[in-house]
Design a protein around this ligand. Sequence first.
Ligand code: 13P
Length: 258
Amino acid sequence: MRTPIIAGNWKMYKTPREAVSFVEELKKAVADVQGVEILVCPTFLALLPLSVILEGSNIRLGAQNMFWAAEGAYTGEVSAEMLRESGCTYVILGHSERRQYFGETDANVAKKARAALDNGLVPIICVGESIDERKTGRTATVIERQVHGSLAGLAADEVTGLVVAYEPVWAIGTGLTASPGDAQEVNALIRRLIGELYDRGTAASVRIQYGGSVKPGNAAELMSQPDIDGALVGGASLKTADFAGIIKATVETLNPPQ
Ligand code: 13P
């Protein structure tokens, strides 16, 4: 049984002060939620203060990126150990915005995933096709390349515990959501690829999120798909009511009222 994970990727929104007041509110709004893992990924600068506020709550903390080296002369970078010490349990790797604006490649993602796992962080590995790739029928090829490249060198018992996020680039921040059927199809493909690379048990355990314009109104239908194990939420994770709405829709989808 895979526990769904609803994660908020705040990107470069919310200052540390804004992040603090947001989680104070969110903590109350989701205090009684069970059966769904809740995660917020703020700016690096808010991690430490948020880790104090979230101690003992049902909200986990994640980072949006990291560097693979343990330490060294890498101006501006942050290591996995630094993230662990700042209260993170998760780290998003290979988000399409990192690939687009910062030259992140599958090989980089694999190195970062190795370092994250070595330091006890759970990687959330993002994959997804562009609109051009979808329109020209290359979705499956692109996803296969990204899955193979990003997981290179990881062992089955490491992949079992990690999270993959399918985020079609054309659905991010655009208001366009993949239809539940299309999202399910790619999530099922990712699970199949992991089954081929590793084994059936690993494929059955790995959690695969969907991301791209997830909102309270479309969350239930997406989350009810058999291979969608949660959401990676951008814009709607910045408002307490919307983020809590997505979390509650997920809980209700799993445990419909009798
Ligand atoms: P939106 O939910 O704003 O489309 O962003 C999705 C995303 O990129 C999450 O990582």
